[in-house]
Design a protein around this ligand. Structure first.
Ligand SMILES: Cc1cc2nc3c(=O)[nH]c(=O)nc-3n(C[C@H](O)[C@H](O)[C@H](O)COP(=O)(O)O)c2cc1C
Length: 189
């Protein structure tokens, strides 16, 4: 039986005032109302990755993360860059999914946002490498780096920069179009 399209957002930042988490939350305003969107909030609770912890049963937080991923038709990442790489917590979370396989063939788009001019593009490239090796599928135009993020979003999470708002809208359009047709149950289709 078909179900309403569900997209899961994952922020790479654990900060309460994270610009990446704010940006991620803003995406619900550019998605059609028929699409459900939720944000994974368990990254901080995952144990450091250790494959030995899989036996006899994986940690409950890991099981919950895998379930949320399995239930999502697509995933959007939005991450900062730390020391020219991915935040450790995000890489750690992804390592838990390598063997369980929830990213296999999963439609995924990636955003990095930074106060710097580079937009965190090294983290974006690193995330792309990791997520692809796990079998996720990224559409053409499915990665964007956003520089000078603090000038483009306000404290309420409203995107104040027109070009950035348009890029985010395009990214969500590309993602929805990329989700296999048999999973799309949008009213307008
Ligand atoms: C230890 C540390 C390392 C950082 N390294 C980078 C970096 O390599 N590239 C970058 O663009 N920003 C870097 N930043 C700045 C972050 O992009 C900035 O703190 C950003 O606001 C974090 O994202 P958030 O607002 O979503 O938490 C670094 C910040 C810290 C605290």
């Amino acid at each position: 039986m078909s179900h309403p399209l569900h997209i899961l957002g994952i922020s790479g930042s654990l900060r309460s005032q994270s610009t990446n988490s704010l940006l991620l939350a803003s995406l619900k305003h550019v998605l059609p109302s028929t699409v459900s969107f939720s944000i994974y909030n368990g990254l901080e609770s995952l144990p450091h990755f250790n494959p030995e912890l899989e036996e006899p049963t994986p940690p409950a937080t890991v099981v919950a993360f895998r379930k949320e991923l399995a239930a999502a038709d697509a995933v959007v990442f939005c991450t900062p860059e730390y020391a020219f790489g991915l935040p450790g917590a995000l890489k750690d979370g992804l390592d838990w999914i390598v063997s369980s396989g929830e990213f296999t063939n999963k439609p995924v788009v990636l955003i990095s946002a930074s106060p710097l001019a580079t937009g965190g593009e090294k983290a974006l490239v690193s995330l792309e490498t990791t997520i692809k090796v796990m079998g996720a599928k990224i559409p053409d135009g499915g990665t964007i780096a956003i520089p000078f993020i603090v000038k483009k979003i306000d404290k309420q999470g409203i995107i104040t920069d027109k070009e950035t708002a348009e890029r985010l809208q395009q990214l969500m359009d590309v993602l929805i179009e990329f989700i296999p047709e048999n999973k799309r149950t949008l009213e307008e289709m």
